[in-house]
Design a protein around this ligand. Structure first.
Ligand code: ATP
Length: 459
């Protein structure tokens, strides 16, 4: 794990801002807590992550169907899902400095992860904090309010006629958009159970916990798959998704030792099993995704609250039933953070300099290739090569500064290939291609570049 220790959250935040990956939200106004904007480089990385996920779980899965459901839903949806009643965090305020914290996070941080607060009642959490004299991480005082439940859903209002307003919610999760479309998807696509509905979309939570960069934000994207299946096959599917979701991360380049399963100690009353995959980051071990066996709870509740029969009719046996759901959900922004921390490296070079390099999987790299003329008077030829390559890949072009500095800039944003145009290029139509990870260089013909790079960036 030592190599991960080189990276602190501050270093990462600074690098992301300096290199156009991620900026603080509303930056010129002093920011707004827990909001971040993706810059020109970051948006490419995030889109590539979404593409890789969609390819793996939708495109390569004949039983998966994508949707893009509305963010604002009929408020009854949130009654059925239980969110209006109980989607809340246990908060405590420090009476001295007025900062607000989640009681469960205070306990877990105080015990350095040795005490899980997952299964604790409010009273047990208060007792732990009092007996262990857990102090405010901000001002160091021990002066807490009692725990209160803090609602996590953002409310807004919809006016149909002037003066008449209805409360609507910004969705706190994307899953309900898949559940309410269960029959629409099943019938329109003639889908047979088991099948999955997939979605990538924004969710909003009025989270108390301060920052930690994009790990926990109030607006974030989820990528998820709701698998509808028969009860008999549900546990096998649950196990399968634990493995498939881990394999996806390994294939993106995560090292096995930076990932681990965490089985939930406390299950929701309807759940039959639940686990997370955690990743090792500068924050310690943190949840990256969840795999949940949700029984037939969701469709049962929507059937009850909507009054619509949501039963699936088996086309062969005519059996009618509400399927079980195995949910696989991963935060896209959290995966961006995990990819950034996993890819980051600082290398000592022979000349004594330190090279910061992002070892992104080439399929995720924001730019696949950068075109660099050795000197400015080679820029016409370089722009010709750039014009050819940018039809195929997201490319960068840079003619400012020494070639060494330009390589370093590309290393910091993880560009897997740099193509250098020199005077020999004008003579024989060859270029130097430099590899990010090894810094090795080789000579290729210009017309070989597209097939060469295409073969190396596949996921
Ligand atoms: P946590 O325990 O971290 O609050 P959760 O268990 O409430 O997360 P789920 O509701 O299962 O999370 O959401 C699925 C995934 O969405 C999480 O595994 C995480 O990757 C992501 N996620 C949840 N909340 C946030 C957030 N506030 N900011 C960024 N990503 C989030």
């Amino acid at each position: 794990m030592e190599e991960k220790m080189k990276l602190t959250m501050d270093k990462l935040v600074n690098l992301c801002k300096a290199r156009g990956l991620i900026f603080p939200g509303s930056d010129i106004y002093g920011g707004m807590g827990n909001t971040w904007d993706y810059g020109p480089v970051g948006v490419e990385l995030k889109n590539n992550i979404k593409r890789a996920w969609w390819k793996r779980f939708v495109q390569e899965n004949p039983n998966a169907y994508g949707v893009d459901a509305a963010i604002l839903m009929n408020p009854r949806v949130w009654d059925a899902s239980g969110h209006t009643q109980s989607f809340a965090d246990p908060k405590m305020d420090c009476r001295s400095c007025k900062q607000r914290f989640r009681a469960d996070n205070l306990i877990e941080a105080h015990s350095k992860g040795n005490q899980s607060a997952e299964a604790m009642t409010t009273q047990e959490m208060e007792e732990y904090i009092s007996q262990n004299k857990v102090k405010c991480p901000h001002c160091g005082n021990f002066n807490w309010t009692p725990i209160r439940q803090f609602k996590l859903m953002f409310e807004t209002s919809r006016g149909t006629v002037e003066g008449e307003k209805d409360v609507v919610y910004l969705r706190p999760e994307t899953a309900q958009g898949e559940y309410v479309n269960f029959l629409n998807v099943q019938r329109s696509m003639r889908a047979k159970v088991p099948f999955a509905i997939a979605q990538i979309g924004k969710a909003f939570r009025n989270e108390i916990t301060p920052g930690n960069f994009i790990f926990r934000t109030i607006e974030f994207e989820q990528m998820e798959l709701q698998n509808f299946c028969k009860e008999e096959s549900s546990f096998a599917l649950y196990e399968e998704f634990k493995q498939r979701s881990k394999q996806f991360l390994l294939d993106l380049g995560f090292s096995e030792q930076h990932l681990r399963f965490h089985d939930h100690e406390k299950l929701a009353f309807y759940a039959k099993a639940a686990c997370d995959i955690q990743f090792f980051s500068p924050l310690g071990w943190e949840e990256l995704n969840g795999i949940h066996h949700r029984s037939a709870h969701d469709l049962t509740r929507h059937q009850e609250f909507s009054g619509k029969n949501l039963q699936y009719v088996d086309p062969v046996t005519n059996e009618k039933y509400l399927p079980n759901v195995i949910e696989y959900s991963i935060g896209c922004d959290r995966l961006v953070l995990a990819v950034l921390t996993e890819a980051y490296d600082e290398e000592q070079l022979e000349n004594g300099e330190t090279r910061v390099v992002m070892h992104f999987h080439p399929a995720l790299a924001p730019f696949k290739v950068a075109v660099l003329p050795l000197q400015k008077n080679l820029s016409d030829k370089a722009k010709e090569v750039y014009a050819m390559l940018c039809k195929e890949f997201r490319c960068d072009y840079d003619e400012a500064g020494s070639i060494g500095k330009r390589y370093r800039r590309q290393d910091e944003i993880g560009t897997p290939f740099c193509v250098t145009i020199d005077f020999d290029t004008l003579e024989d139509g060859t270029v130097t291609i430099r590899h990010r990870d090894t810094m090795a260089q080789e000579r290729l013909k210009i017309e070989e570049l597209v097939p060469y790079i295409s073969a190396k960036i596949k996921f």
